[in-house]
Design a protein around this ligand. Structure first.
Ligand SMILES: *Cc1c(COP(=O)(O)O)cnc(C)c1O
Length: 365
């Protein structure tokens, strides 16, 4: 058994799910507790201050039994009123998909769209807000298909002049890797899921929730059932969730938050920056180009242009035999780009092992 576990272990350098440390896997393996018990309320309450610290917010943090996509649906459905519009900032596959979620929930959607690999500037946002009024602006902090980190803090400055417009941020591949300053930036709802830089197994999502979010939701009659934010608020007040939560993942989160805070948020962010800089340097030194626009490169994953015409499937067969895996490009830039995730509990030495294997492969191809 233990030999199989070892043989099957492939360290994932893909942008989710990422490698999960053994201590975190083991933290899940505890006897179950009933979710209406005091033990559960204690667990829920214990997570709150730690979650707030990692988002740098005073706002409440809801726990969703879904991946991040579920919180897209919650935000789109609960926070845009009849006859009003939501503005989506689209710069890649994930930001595009969130706009689709809004449309499929019957909301009227405007988009600002830029070429893949580019960031959306605060000036572009300011121009759009000068022309129309919006119930919400939805954007993606770290666009995982292109490796672009958008200037969320600058959007916040623009949105300060529009108190009626909620500021919704997807930080799925950024949270616990890139700097998060939710209150300083004035973000109303910031969502993430567990399988990216938080480095837990998939299946749970978090969202910071401002008072303005709750006020808006009260003005939207059909909020659905599973993702009704006002129902979640009722239970939040009792350190609980409306339906059965992912208790094992919450045990793991309890430990992971302790570990993240012990490392220190600044130190964790610096480690991600350092790994990103090293990956960019390695990529350029080995004949690749970087896909993102200069100055907006992600600290959690590097998207490189496949300028050497590597067969990514074949590369991964080679890497998996050595216990590693990288990701192909996403959507329309599949095979044209390669994605190397360096997020979560990934360490510089893990990357060096990957680079050594990549160099071995490149020498043969
Ligand atoms: C992975 C990802 C999502 C989707 O999250 P799930 O947890 O898979 O639902 C959304 N946005 C971004 C930026 C992502 O990287």
């Amino acid at each position: 058994m233990s030999e199989n576990v070892k043989a099957d272990h492939v360290r994932l350098f893909i942008p989710g799910p990422v490698e999960v440390r053994r201590e975190i896997l083991e933290a899940q393996a505890q006897w179950m507790i009933g979710h209406r018990s005091k033990a559960f309320a204690d667990l829920f309450a214990r997570l709150q201050p730690k979650l707030k610290q990692t988002f740098r917010t005073e706002n409440r943090v809801y726990i969703f039994t879904s991946s991040g996509t579920g919180v897209w649906e919650a935000a789109s459905r609960n926070l845009v009123r009849e006859g009003k519009k939501i503005l989506h900032l689209v710069c890649g596959a994930f930001s595009q998909r969130w706009a689709e979620v809004s449309r499929l929930n019957g909301k009227e959607v405007d988009v600002i769209e830029v070429e893949w690999g580019h960031a959306i500037t605060a000036d572009q946002l300011a121009d759009a807000l000068a022309q129309n009024t919006y119930d919400a602006v939805a954007c993606v902090y770290n666009e995982t298909s292109t490796g672009v980190l958008n200037p969320i803090g600058e959007y916040g400055e623009v949105l300060r002049n529009y108190p009626e417009t909620l500021f919704l941020v997807d930080s799925v591949s950024a949270y616990a890797g890139a700097p998060m300053h939710i209150d300083q930036w004035g973000v109303d709802l910031c969502l993430t899921s567990t399988q990216k830089a938080f480095a837990l197994p998939p299946g749970m999502a978090f969202a910071t929730i401002s008072e303005a979010v709750l006020q808006r939701a009260a003005e939207v009659p059909y909020r659905g059932y599973y993702f009704d934010l006002l129902e979640m608020e009722k239970y939040y007040q009792k350190n609980n969730t409306p339906a059965t939560p992912p208790i094992a993942l919450m045990f793991a989160a309890d430990k992971q938050l302790d570990d993240i805070l012990a490392e220190g948020l600044e130190a964790r962010e610096a480690r991600h920056q350092q790994m990103a800089a090293r990956t960019r340097e390695w990529s350029l030194a080995n004949g690749f180009k970087l896909f993102p626009q200069e100055g907006y490169e992600s600290p959690t994953l590097t998207v490189i242009e496949n300028t050497r015409g590597i067969d990514v499937k074949d590369l991964n067969t080679f890497l998996r035999a050595r216990g590693m895996e990288v990701a192909n490009g996403y959507g329309k830039i599949k095979d044209k780009t390669i994605r190397i995730a360096h997020m979560g509990d990934c360490l510089p030495e893990h990357l060096e092992t990957l680079f050594a294997a990549l160099e071995e492969y490149l020498a043969q191809h």
